[in-house]
Design a protein around this ligand. Structure first.
Ligand code: CTP
Length: 441
């Protein structure tokens, strides 16, 4: 029976980089279990602490005294050896790494099924440490669709399954299914931990880590009656690209989505929260409420500047308004919508003393009063956002899935940067600039 695991719980990734690991070596019923003591020796020689959890079947192939001697700890097999010690939880929590070598076809199936009928499977279920599995079995078992599916399932769930070697198996058999040599198993298992630690360290370093970013995107629709609306041609693609870019830089992202198609929303990672809205006023409420906790808000939505004063409760009939029966035509009286961006600056929703960094967008065509940049500069000064991304829009520019070019201005209308390329590329450039400015405040 294994003694109750004690000592501090698993530490953070940063701590683990520089210290010897605590490794649970799992053993299951396979003739290759004779190699496990060599694996344990190599791990201990590298300075790691090892505790062995064996299945009952494993002990048909290798003796518990051998495993206990090479690991320096007693060997355990059952969940209920000492219920008071709740070993299945304790072992999983103790481990920095779980390495199962050899893993039989039966063990792979039990792990894939989420079974917890012995200490080894229960440990796999309870641990949050990386789990590396080195299968060993006959070729037919390895190639059987049941095993193939089980291995796929484990890999999908993030377990590392080391592909077996080809070579001599038991008796006169030959083929794939052989347990790799102990040094390769040890190398792959330790490399898994190093790789995951590097990824975790990289994630911890991301420039928007711990920041909350709100992006509004798409185009608002202002109902005229239950079937008609005043809208615009915004696809939401640029705003979605910005949400993806902010997520990639480590932010917690909320996308306030005004009428964006499912095929565009499908580009978002699952971690991005989506708040769907229809009208400008709904967008304003959603943006203000999300911005109350945000470090950054990016207003990429095309907001309708006006809405019908009245919205008909039932479908407006042509013969009552215009068309051939009513030569007078139809009139819709419009009223101005609130300027949401201006409101975010004049009346910040965040009231805990942290100032939210505000980014606006200006889609301009240029006209007889000035070119795209002249309008953009005037708008930057008028709106007062920390950054205003100005882009030229027209028949072939800006809308849908086409390349984009932005000039980014500060609140004084001074040019800060230019970005061009696909919508994803300009989104990356803009969010990186936002991260830089945020860090410099
Ligand atoms: N915007 C807003 N609320 C509105 C209109 C626009 O918050 N009612 C935001 C947009 O999301 C964008 C920025 O303001 O970030 C500029 O939008 P744009 O339509 O270019 O500016 P307008 O202020 O509407 O100016 P104009 O229509 O005169 O160009």
């Amino acid at each position: 029976m294994l003694e109750a695991f004690s000592g501090p719980k698993r530490t953070s990734w940063g701590d683990r980089l520089s210290r010897p690991m605590r490794i649970v070596v799992g053993v299951s019923g396979s003739i290759a279990a004779y190699k496990t003591p060599m694996i344990i020796r190599l791990l201990r020689a590298a300075g790691h602490e090892v505790k062995v959890v064996a299945t009952q079947a494993a002990l048909q192939f290798i003796g518990a005294p051998t495993l206990a001697a090479v690991s320096g700890y007693p060997v355990s097999t059952g969940v209920f050896d000492d219920p008071a010690a709740i070993e299945h939880v304790a072992v999983g929590e103790w481990a920095d790494l779980v390495l199962i070598a050899p893993a039989s076809a039966d063990l792979l199936a039990r792990i894939a099924a989420g079974r917890a009928d012995d200490l080894l499977t229960a440990t796999v279920l309870t641990t949050s440490a990386p789990v590396v599995v080195a299968p060993a079995m006959h070729t037919q078992m390895w190639l059987n669709p049941a095993t193939v599916e089980n291995v796929d399932t484990l890999r999908r769930r993030g377990l590392v399954v080391i592909t077996p070697d080809s070579g001599p198996l038991t008796s006169s058999d030959h083929g794939v299914g052989r347990l790799p040599e102990p040094d390769r198993i040890v190398h792959e298992a330790l490399a898994t931990v190093t790789g995951q630690e590097e990824t975790a360290a990289r994630l911890a370093d991301l420039p928007l880590k711990g920041r909350r970013v709100v992006v509004s995107a798409g185009g608002t629709r202002e109902p005229i009656d239950p079937v008609r609306y005043i809208g615009n041609r915004s696809s939401g693609r640029q705003g979605v690209a910005l949400a993806v870019a902010a997520h990639r830089l480590g932010a917690d992202v909320t996308l306030v989505s005004a009428n964006i198609g499912a095929e565009v929303l499908a580009l978002l990672p699952a971690a991005v929260e989506i708040v769907p809205v229809g009208t400008s006023r709904e967008l304003e409420d959603a943006v203000r409420s999300a911005t109350a906790k945000a470090d950054v808000v990016v207003m990429a939505a095309a907001v309708a500047d006006f809405r019908p004063v009245k919205q008909a409760d039932s479908k407006i009939k042509k013969h009552r308004l215009g068309g051939s029966d009513s030569p007078g035509g139809m009139r819709i009286e419009l009223i101005e919508n609130p300027d949401i961006l201006a409101g975010l600056i004049a009346r910040p929703p965040r009231t805990d003393g942290t100032r939210t960094f505000v980014v606006g967008f200006a889609a301009e065509t240029g006209d007889e009063n000035g070119d795209v940049l002249a309008h953009g500069t005037a708008k930057a000064r008028r709106k007062g956002a920390d950054l205003l991304a100005v882009n030229a829009v027209g028949k072939q520019l800006g809308f849908g899935d086409v390349p984009n070019a932005l000039v980014i201005l500060d609140s004084q209308g001074e040019e800060v940067a230019k970005a061009s390329g696909t919508k994803d590329e300009v989104a990356d450039a803009l969010m990186e600039l936002v991260a830089e400015r945020l860090a410099a405040r």
